[in-house]
Design a protein around this ligand. Structure first.
Ligand SMILES: NC(=O)c1ccc[n+]([C@@H]2O[C@H](COP(=O)([O-])OP(=O)(O)OC[C@H]3O[C@@H](n4cnc5c(N)ncnc54)[C@H](OP(=O)(O)O)[C@@H]3O)[C@@H](O)[C@H]2O)c1
Length: 345
């Protein structure tokens, strides 16, 4: 089956990664690209300042960018990927769903809404059925599925492994996040070169709330948040791609550094085209993972972990993922594949 897809916010940092993943995808065919009014009417080549280190596929470069409006997207598009600023997503995503489109969104608006599933397929695919509740409540023919924030996605698979085996009680995390996470116009070179910025607006709150939803349980009617405590501190550093995180995980049951590493290495991946063969690559070398060396493992979809040390109440470790692949575009594509597998498209 070929699924015709559209990309909202196609010219941005995440939008370009989406194009890069959709073009060679075995099941998806790109049928529409949207952006702001200032890009509408231009060819994709003119509108997008292409920054991916591979050329824009010619047939996509010639596509016309249309305004981000459900009336501008062909009716025969089956699946929409959204990578809009959250204020724009909050306004237009429900309009697309109401018009009957199924939307896999990367924007932060609505992630914590009770009837909006927040999903990492290898972690909580069962939460997808929140869509039944959503359709009942909102009367949509379409549907809205979210992937989490890029910094949350990095730590949650390792935390899932620990929680299943040892039950998490408290998590503390400090991040070293790449500049691409702020979008193309997010951080200027004058701000970030020779510098680190110990504040990313709203990021701590996203990590604290989204991780509890992802590791929560769905009882068929609602998602019950995990009752662990989560405290996050988020920092921007001068790497291009790849978020590195230092995590302290307290557990109810005793865990050794070796056990924690083994549990993470054994967390299974799933059988979807974009899911990597190895979900968590565990390093023995204490200085790994590192952004430049390890962010592209598994086509940017593998999370890596290392630096395990026992603490009084659990274990400390470092983890890393590619923020615009596993943390954004790849996450949305994977969710699109999950929607197709579960018959929502
Ligand atoms: N970058 C990451 O690593 C990352 C990770 C996780 C989540 N996210 C989230 O993903 C979303 C996109 O992030 P990004 O980094 O790709 O941002 P970005 O580079 O600034 O791109 C924003 C996109 O949205 C379009 N847009 C802006 N204002 C619009 C409007 N009023 N109406 C319609 N389209 C509009 C832009 O089109 P024009 O080119 O025409 O302006 C562009 O295509 C955000 O919600 C962000 O929080 C990003």
């Amino acid at each position: 089956m070929t699924v015709r897809v559209g990309v909202l916010g196609a010219t941005g940092a995440v939008g370009q990664r989406l194009i890069q993943l959709i073009d060679p995808h075995p099941d998806f065919e790109l049928a529409a690209v949207t952006a702001s009014e200032s890009s509408a009417g231009k060819s994709y080549r003119e509108a997008a300042k292409w920054r991916i280190d591979a050329p824009i596929p010619d047939h996509i470069a010639e596509m016309e960018v249309v305004a981000t409006d459900a009336d501008e997207v062909p009716d025969d598009v089956d699946l929409i990927f959204s990578s809009l600023p959250s204020s724009v997503g909050a306004e237009v995503e429900p309009e697309f769903c109401e018009a009957g489109y199924v939307v896999s969104s990367n924007s932060s608006n609505g992630r914590m809404d009770e009837d909006v599933p927040l999903v990492i397929p290898e972690v909580n695919a069962d939460h997808l059925d929140v869509l039944e509740v959503q359709r009942d409540e909102r009367g949509w023919d379409g549907a809205l599925l979210k992937n989490p924030n890029c910094s949350t996605i990095t730590m949650v698979p390792p935390l899932k492994a620990l929680d299943e085996a040892y039950t998490l009680t408290d998590v503390t995390v400090s991040t070293l996040q790449a500049v691409s996470g702020a979008g193309y116009s997010g951080v200027t070179s004058m701000e970030i070169i020779d510098n680190a910025i110990p504040h990313i607006g709203g990021e701590e709150q996203k990590m604290e709330s989204e991780s509890r939803k992802l590791l929560g349980s769905f009882d068929g009617a609602e998602v019950h948040l995990h009752d662990m405590g989560v405290a996050a501190s988020c920092n921007r550093i001068a790497t291009i791609d790849g978020h590195l995180e230092n995590v302290w995980a307290d557990t109810a049951d005793d865990v050794t550094a070796e056990d924690a590493a083994e549990t993470m290495a054994e967390l299974p991946s799933i059988d979807l085209p974009s899911s990597p063969e190895t979900l968590i690559e565990v390093f023995e070398e204490p200085e790994r993972p590192q952004p430049r060396l390890d962010r592209s493992l598994g086509n940017g979809m593998t999370v890596s972990a290392g630096g395990f040390r026992e603490t009084d109440d659990g274990v400390q470790f470092n983890c890393l993922s590619h923020n615009t692949m596993r943390g954004a575009a790849g996450a949305s594509v994977l969710n699109g594949e999950l929607l197709a597998e579960h018959g929502y498209i």
